[in-house]
Unconditional design. Structure first.
Length: 114
């Protein structure tokens, strides 16, 4: 069964930090491009960051310099450590696997208070 499970969301004050994690099962993790997306209330889901199987990384302009996207192919996990959080980062964050068996996680809520 293909599954992505996110964790690490929560409530944080502006300027604070959070670390999201995504654990994958049922896929050959190392073959997948892994990504993080987010969806704020009333808005469309948007791209945040991605890392390919060859460790090529892309970030949305809105988050550059404030987060990274490390992956661990031994543990089948991808993380999203985020710093200097802003209220506009408030959203549900989703993990995505883009490979032979594409799938999405259920999402984890991040709320940044001003």
């Amino acid at each position: 069964q293909v599954q992505l499970v996110e964790s690490g969301g929560g409530l944080v004050q502006a300027g604070g930090s959070l670390r999201l994690s995504c654990a994958a099962s049922g896929i050959i993790f190392r073959l997948n491009k892994m990504g993080w997306y987010r969806q704020a209330p009333g808005k469309q889901r948007e791209f945040v960051a991605s890392i390919t199987s060859g460790d090529s990384i892309n970030y949305a302009d809105s988050v550059k310099g404030r987060l990274t996207i490390p992956r661990d192919n031994r543990k089948n996990t991808v993380s999203l450590p985020m710093n200097s959080l802003k209220p506009e980062d408030t959203a549900v964050y989703y993990c995505n696997a883009d490979g032979p068996s594409p799938c999405w996680g259920q999402g984890t809520q991040v709320t940044v208070s001003s």
